[in-house]
Design a protein around this ligand. Structure first.
Ligand SMILES: [Zn+2]
Length: 121
């Protein structure tokens, strides 16, 4: 991966090739999730429960999504399969974010040079 801050040093041809390669090798979208994976330990309402002495219940795993300003959607991931799928979907989203961020950086530099769109597929 081309280091973002050093893009101005990279030749236009190399940037164009890197951009084209990025677009051709985008990761699969299947199962993609824009979310966070959260692990929590909880206390219950029982008066003499072990959780009151610091031995909290859990871990419980949740999928948490921001759905607008100050609003989140959160639900319990009950099965091992759900947790695996959640982790994989979140990882897929992060891969896409990194690719898109890199492509944007390359295109910004090409735009600055006046060479965007030339040499791209
Ligand atoms: Zn308890």
């Amino acid at each position: 991966m081309v280091k973002t801050l050093d893009l101005w040093k990279v030749s236009t041809v190399v940037l164009q090739k890197r951009g084209a390669a990025l677009m051709k090798s985008l990761p699969p979208l299947s199962g993609l999730l824009r979310a966070s994976f959260v692990r929590q330990y909880l206390t219950c309402g029982k008066k003499n429960c072990r959780c009151r002495q610091g031995f909290k219940h859990g871990p419980f795993f949740y999928l948490v999504q921001s759905i607008g300003t100050g609003r989140v959607r959160k639900f319990l991931l009950k099965s091992a399969q759900q947790r695996r799928q959640a982790r994989a979907g979140i990882a897929a989203h992060l891969r896409w974010q990194r690719r898109l961020a890199e492509l944007s950086e390359i295109n910004t530099e090409l735009l600055r040079r006046g060479t965007i769109g030339k040499g791209h597929a």
